[in-house]
Design a protein around this ligand. Structure first.
Ligand SMILES: Cc1ncc(COP(=O)(O)O)c(C=O)c1O
Length: 380
């Protein structure tokens, strides 16, 4: 059976989510309709919203359902930028290690909407360089429309100092958005405790279905919409609500994530990698998500490694975007000080609740042969 170590890309749906979703798919009714089937569908959604709000640490009305984490990020970043711009603020502050679902809308706003992007660097551990942000706020706080820094990084698992960022930003009334797609259910996360303005989540990273994301947006705050139509979700996200996916998402969020087990497997894998491949090294901070190991294998090309591992039934990833079949070096590893070459020799293994000791052992057994062949291919 295949060994799946790409849980950060997407993780299997849990049984409870499949059951809840399947049952809801058999129900008729547009949740915006006033008749009985419509009201029943609406009721299922509102129950899911209430239960999700408890897990997220927000009030139910702060939840705006979207079709993906990508859409939640776009809606938050563009909406908060436009709101800021209307009062003369045009600077968007992001970290250098954001997911493309933040990097690319920020770039779009710069190209089309007059935004100036300031990208804050990270340390060699992949954690935001807080002193850079402090200096920026000393110099230019009144120009900043929005700060968006991810809660944890999808390639290295490094946790980011969101509490400190919010404390700094709120002294200047700057809204802070955080992409917490990888953190939800993996590490403690509370919207209200963090004091954020906006937060993005995605169901398929927690055992829920694809095609459903959540934007948590502070109560009472209005931002311009990307989608216009029926006025659903505070008129910020029009479109008939996807009741089956929403109840599936809530069912997944109700489940327990075996964080201790996943971290134990992660540590076993990380320690095993440097044991079986002595010149390999692990990238990232000491405070990480439980399930991500990012490793560099000098003298290899990550594309080759992925293919060789795949041939052994092992699914891993580089974690970075692949466009038009051309693998670019990870912008995250480059920001951490890697050379092009070492960034191109790195892999992400992401573990989940189904990962077992025997999975880890199989990977560690396969690695020496895989690395040897990848190095030989690289010399050719
Ligand atoms: C950090 C991060 N943000 C956003 C996304 C996009 O989420 P979705 O797949 O729901 O669009 C991902 C998915 O890989 C991610 O890892």
């Amino acid at each position: 059976m295949a060994i799946y170590l790409d849980h950060a890309a997407t993780t299997p749906m849990v049984d409870a989510a499949i059951a809840a979703m399947t049952a809801q798919m058999a129900q008729l009714g547009n949740p915006s309709s006033l008749h009985a089937p419509g009201r029943a569908s609406r009721k299922a959604i509102e129950q899911a919203r209430e239960s999700l709000a408890l897990h997220i640490g927000c009030v139910p009305s702060e939840i705006i359902f979207t079709a993906s984490g990508t859409e939640a990020n776009n809606t938050a970043l563009k909406g908060l930028y436009w709101k800021g711009k209307s009062v003369g603020r045009n600077v968007i502050v992001i970290s250098a290690i954001e997911h493309h679902a933040i990097l690319d809308p920020a770039q779009w706003l710069a190209e089309h909407e007059g935004a100036e992007i300031v990208s804050i660097g990270v340390t060699s551990n992949g954690v935001l360089d807080f002193s850079q942000l402090e200096q920026l706020l000393k110099d230019r706080a009144d120009e900043i429309a929005v700060i968006s820094v991810m809660h944890s990084n999808n390639e290295t698992g490094a946790l980011q100092p969101i509490t400190e960022i919010v404390a700094l930003a709120s002294a200047h009334s700057i809204p802070v958005h955080s992409d917490a797609v990888q953190s939800f259910k993996k590490v403690p996360l509370s919207f209200s405790t963090l004091g954020l303005t906006a937060l993005s989540l995605s169901a398929h990273k927690i055992g829920g279905p694809l095609g459903i994301g959540i934007l948590v947006l502070k109560r009472g705050l209005e931002i311009p919409a990307l989608l216009h139509g029926g006025g659903q979700e505070r008129e910020i996200r029009s479109g008939t609500l996807n009741a089956p996916a929403i109840v599936g998402c809530a069912a997944a969020a109700d489940g327990d994530y075996p964080g201790e087990h996943v971290r134990e497997m992660r540590n076993l894998l990380a320690q095993g990698i440097v044991h079986v491949i002595p010149d390999a090294y692990i990238n990232g901070a000491s405070e990480t998500l439980p399930g991500i190991v990012n490793a560099t294998f000098p003298g290899t090309e990550s594309d080759t490694l992925l293919l060789l591992l795949d041939a052994q039934g092992i699914a891993a990833s580089t974690g970075s975007a692949c466009s038009a079949g051309v693998q670019r070096p990870s912008h995250v590893l480059l920001a951490m000080g890697h050379s092009d070459k070492s960034a191109r020799s790195s892999l992400r293994f992401s573990l989940g609740s189904t990962t077992s000791t025997s999975d880890v052992t199989s990977v560690l057994n396969a690695l020496p042969g895989v690395i040897e062949r990848a190095r030989a291919a690289n010399l050719r």
